[in-house]
Design a protein. Structure first.
Lengths: 471, 476
């Protein structure tokens, strides 16, 4: 595989690769998702300036998606274009063809190439800071296992605190239970408001939660903060929260950005956390599954180990992670191919992020207007996903209702979208209790959101109530 | 995907239309006569009865086709390291991968768990486990070791084991497992005792006696032995360990838990959980059971005391038992775990299924090994009955393998100059030994191998001998 070149060169290379394509530009305006087509002049085939990926090329890249579905849930499992899948298959076949030679000669240099590419993307200081792991769940286990050892080995005292958000992802909460609670740590969950009105709301609640964590002279050993919460989904102002943690003497800050790269701005030096993890398969077009775990060298993060111990034990987490026994490492090797793909879009990954954000807001506002509801947060606090309130008359009154409604949308309307139940607060009447989380990725089209709009409106017209649903 | 049908029916109905030579149990020259299929009868042939002895087994040309993605330039005599996967199983794996990519939510909610359960059920039957709860599917034996040893670490840390309690393992345990023992046992206060085994091996009794001695050392001064970690088939040097006997000895001697590392297990040796009697047993499926990389099972015997094993990658299923925890460790490509029924279809195209394959592999590797030692004037590393589908074959002494570096460089030479892929082993001479064999190769035999590959190895080494080659001449 070719060695990496800086992103600008990569963009030029991508453009040069596709200079011969005649296609409409993927316009930055998505008012109607279409831009005017132009007929190419073949005589000037070679001299035309480079053009970006077209809508039909995008369709082709995602033609393996089930065409029956309105797939408005990129946030859960992400997506992977055909060209990256093809690159992955090449890697898989190279291993199968002669696995020993692959192991001795090809694997490590190409994992290093992926790590180097990620280092540049996330503005880390050094390749050593970048470990490739299976997913954010694995990264959480790595960080929390270190915390458990610290309690068990007496570096932390029984009862020292770990603070996390109440809206942390379910699997991460389990990991905290499995490693922190079990080894004697105290877990403080911070309640955040939802719907959210401003970043200040979150900052203030966090300060309060941290003060509680430090109550009675307790040490806060770890703050575990989501960059983008999953359910309900909002962007957390983590730069500010990390600063507060430093001011308040929190030992380590671990940012869980499962929704990270390709979704929000991911600049390690700017964010300043000790540990930061993000999946690449959610918003960065990797096949399942690959994530990075960033560990600041100069930070307080010390003795991290991959739980699957193998030959590289003791050589640092990044190197340990390069070999965790015989595995299919192909998802880790396609990062250069992913860069080729994203650089076919105007503005590369940043352009994609920007347009996804604009589109999801546009679609979200279209929905709330039609349903008479509201978004779960201000537009500036969502990236490429947003919570959209469901009509109150649907009567979403429990998590079970929300799950069953989701199943109904899937089975009756072929719409894939996660639902969320927001319990009414004290004294609230007629508040919005049901939300959907819409995602927008490059393969999405407005008609999918219109289908959702119409499906809900149909249910409303039919006088549908969630209480009528059974499993 | 279809539910499982009894292996015989699946094999017969799938391939009733094939006319092909049998995969002969005779591998004298590795070749048997080809027959040309009669295409006119392709569709109209009735399926033969399952017990039919008619030639409906996979042919040599079909086997070649199944492994046509292997690099044809190479004599690939190292199935033991990374295994192999036939094209038909790779194709099924791709189907699974595409099903996820097509509509991942629906796949997650509707398809994933039932199909992992189907794989676990198939494995349970294959390994004669009592209950599916005992069968967890994990990435590889390395992961399984981490799971068992992490439990040991918690026991030390939580005071159930005393500082200094012992864990006994073989000196020839795999390198990554030794690191895992260091990372979890030593770090949490356990004492690690390594049992030295002889090599070359003369008999199973030798191993049993050494093990007894090692266990006594472990129990010295009233120390408790909390875990015995025993390989079913050691990696380097490779021999089959008499684990049934060793497990019995562990029970007699009051060892708390026995963990058998059978990275080379299913498809290589007989894997009967009830017969072996260990508390934990792990085996890779991608080494000798034709799975794509990578998948292994970890068997955990259900016991009255209960096992507090957890998958280290904690997710939503935490607390629901290891088998269920292992079904979801975050978003992953689980396709390698889903192809077990397809693997069974494949192996049942061979006469005798996986047992027939094991038997023929064993006979073939011994035959090839004896051919080599006869040509080189050396010896095997163990008696034929103590090897499965791999055997250590001594290299001519005159090559002068005098260190591990020599062995590695010789391996590289064989790969680069002769296109032969084979692992090498340096055996340091014992006290007072002169002119002993210090270099071995580990040959594997799997269904895609052919005698000519071993002839190439024979000839390459003989060429080196004729040229007066010495390992000292090698550099990196």
């Amino acid at each position: 595989m070719a060695s990496l070149s800086p992103p600008e060169e990569e963009a030029a290379a991508a453009a040069a690769s596709f200079h011969h394509r005649r296609s409409k530009r993927y316009s930055s305006s998505t008012t109607n998702g279409l831009a005017a087509e132009s007929v190419p002049d073949k005589r000037h085939k070679i001299s035309l300036p480079p053009s970006f990926i077209s809508s039909s090329e995008i369709e082709s890249e995602f033609s393996h998606h089930d065409p029956a579905f309105a797939r408005i849930n990129n946030g859960s499992f992400g997506s992977c274009p055909s060209s990256v899948i093809a690159a992955q298959r090449d890697w898989q076949l190279r291993f199968l063809r002669q696995p020993d030679r692959f192991f001795f000669d090809e694997l490590k240099p190409n994992i290093s190439a992926s790590r180097a590419a990620i280092k540049r993307l996330i503005n880390a200081e050094h390749d050593d800071e970048v470990s490739l792991v299976d997913n954010a769940t694995t990264a959480a286990a790595i960080v929390l296992q270190q915390t458990a050892w610290a309690f068990r080995e007496g570096r932390f005292d029984r009862g020292d605190a770990v603070v996390m958000l109440h809206y942390a992802f379910g699997s991460v909460k389990k990991s905290v239970e499995a490693y922190v609670s079990r080894s004697g740590g105290e877990v403080i969950e911070m309640q955040l408001p939802f719907p959210v009105n401003s970043a200040e709301e979150i900052v203030n609640r966090f300060r309060t939660g941290l003060a509680l964590g430090k109550a009675n002279g307790r040490k806060v050993r770890l703050a575990l903060i989501d960059h983008v919460t999953s359910m309900p989904s909002v962007v957390i102002p983590i730069k500010e929260l990390v600063k507060i943690c430093r001011e308040e003497g929190v030992d380590q800050v671990f940012v869980d950005a499962a929704h990270g790269i390709g979704c929000v701005d991911v600049d390690m030096k700017e964010i300043g956390a000790d540990f930061y993890t993000s999946n690449l398969h959610k918003w960065f077009f990797a096949p399942p599954s690959v994530a990075f775990l960033y560990c600041k060298r100069s930070g307080a993060g010390g003795n991290l180990h991959h739980p699957v111990v193998s030959h590289e034990y003791g050589n640092g987490l990044a190197v340990e992670s390069t070999w965790v026994g015989t595995r299919d490492y192909s998802a880790q090797l396609v990062v250069p191919s992913i860069l080729e793909f994203v650089n076919r879009f105007e503005g590369g990954i940043d352009g994609i992020k920007k347009r996804n954000h604009e589109s999801v807001i546009e679609m979200g506002e279209m929905l709330v207007k039609s349903w008479g509801t509201q978004l779960g947060c201000p537009p500036e606090m969502c990236p490429s996903m947003v919570m959209v309130g469901l009509p109150v008359c649907l009567g979403v009154s429990s998590e079970t209702d929300a799950v069953r409604l989701r199943n109904l949308l899937r089975e009756r309307f072929s719409i894939e979208i996660p639902t969320y139940f927001r319990a009414p607060g004290e004294g609230e009447t007629d508040s919005i209790t049901g939300y959907v989380r819409i995602s927008y990725q490059v393969y999405n089209k407005p008609e999918e959101y219109h289908r959702l709009k119409d499906a809900i409106n149909e249910l409303v017209r039919d006088g549908f109530k969630c209480s009528s649903l059974t499993d």
